[in-house]
Design a protein around this ligand. Structure first.
Ligand SMILES: Nc1ncnc2c1ncn2[C@@H]1O[C@H](COP(=O)(O)OP(=O)(O)O)[C@@H](O)[C@H]1O
Ligand SMILES: [Mg+2]
Length: 330
């Protein structure tokens, strides 16, 4: 069952005129003939109940613009988003009641402590007074902020603020959670806590929609991933299937203590490409087995002393780059 349906959604921005003070953003969106940026260009997809859906793409691809339309912050130029069958733009209050949202540049109330921020948000959402404190404290414990609950949030680190924002979004017990770049630029510990809790809330039944430019985050967390570039969805699949797209990418790295001739390595019959890397070579090969056998022979013949030899499995990052390159060629 789908809980979010996106139908022919588009957002166009007109280019700021020259000579005006307005600062234009990075112009990575596709420009139309009239100086229009097609930030989101006619996309359609559905998010199923109970899934973690990832929206993956490079900077300027249109992720934030899409999530802002999905949360009723920005009015679509064309098309619509519906949540549980309700048009988001026309039912903003209802949508806010059933969803939690952590926007890209959200902020906490600096003058309030962590706990006060949660109590305040709880009151806005009409969480009954009795449940409010319990819920706030339990969230603070889960997100490892309880010790710092009485500290003014202006003193929180970036990672702590992001964790607090997630707590705030969860105060209303939402059925759907929207997260725009939830772990971007955070310390390792905060990123780990956030990823863990995204999984935990999802296991409890919360549907999660997140954007990221980080392939590893998408790979670790998401059941399905849509790849967006220049405002268009260029691929939508499970991480496993996306990775399978790069099955033909087979590579071997080998490192050794004494020198070797790049030209000779390139002559090996199974080697397609050679890149010199510090202390060794990165080889793209036709076949891993043949490649290793040939390299081992080569090492013996040339009296090299091997330090390390790795083979590469296809990674989501390779699929991502490949899909984006393919899209750019069309
Ligand atoms: N308010 C705006 N006015 C003009 N252009 C915008 C505005 N918001 C976003 N854009 C442009 O739309 C494109 C997509 O931006 P965005 O959705 O923020 O990308 P992402 O979140 O994937 O990095 C970019 O080219 C950006 O400069
Ligand atoms: Mg963004």
């Amino acid at each position: 069952m789908s809980v979010i349906a996106i139908n022919n959604l588009a957002k166009y921005f007109s280019l700021p005129k020259k000579g005006k003070g307005g600062k234009p953003g990075p112009m990575n969106g596709k420009m139309g003939p009239m100086g229009i940026i097609r930030a989101v260009d006619n996309i359609s997809f559905e998010v199923k109940k109970g899934e973690i859906f990832g929206f993956l793409g490079p900077n300027g691809a249109g992720k934030t613009t899409t999530i802002r339309m999905m949360t009723g912050v920005l009015r679509p130029t064309k098309g619509n988003v519906s949540i549980f069958g309700h048009d988001v733009w026309k039912n903003q209050i209802l949508v806010k009641q059933i969803t939690g949202n952590v926007p890209e540049e959200a902020n906490v109330y600096f003058d309030l402590t962590g706990l006060q921020n949660l109590m305040f948000i709880g009151e806005i959402y009409g969480v009954p007074k009795k449940t409010r404190l319990n819920r706030a404290e339990s969230l603070l414990k889960k997100f490892e902020l309880y010790e710092k609950r009485n500290l003014k949030s202006m003193r929180y680190s970036k990672g702590m603020k992001q964790r607090l924002l997630l707590c705030m979004a969860l105060m209303s017990n939402p059925k759907i959670l929207f997260l725009d770049e939830p772990t971007s630029g955070l310390d390792v510990q905060s990123a780990r806590i956030i990823k863990q809790l995204i999984r935990e809330y999802n296991e409890k039944g919360v549907t999660i929609f997140l954007t990221t430019h980080d392939m590893e985050v998408a790979n670790e967390l998401c059941h399905r991933i849509a790849i967006i570039n220049h405002g268009k969805i260029i691929s939508l699949d499970t991480p496993q299937n996306l990775k399978a797209l790069t099955q033909e990418y087979k590579a071997i790295d080998f490192y050794f203590t004494n020198g070797a001739d790049k030209a000779k390595i390139k002559d090996l019959s199974s080697v397609r490409e050679v890149q010199e890397v510090s202390g060794g070579f990165h080889l793209i090969v036709e076949d891993i087995h043949e490649g290793i056998c040939e390299i081992v022979d080569f090492i013996k013949q040339n009296h090299l002393i091997i330090k390390q030899l790795n083979t590469h499995q296809p990674k989501l990052e390779d699929a991502f780059l490949k899909i984006i390159e393919r899209g750019d060629k069309n």
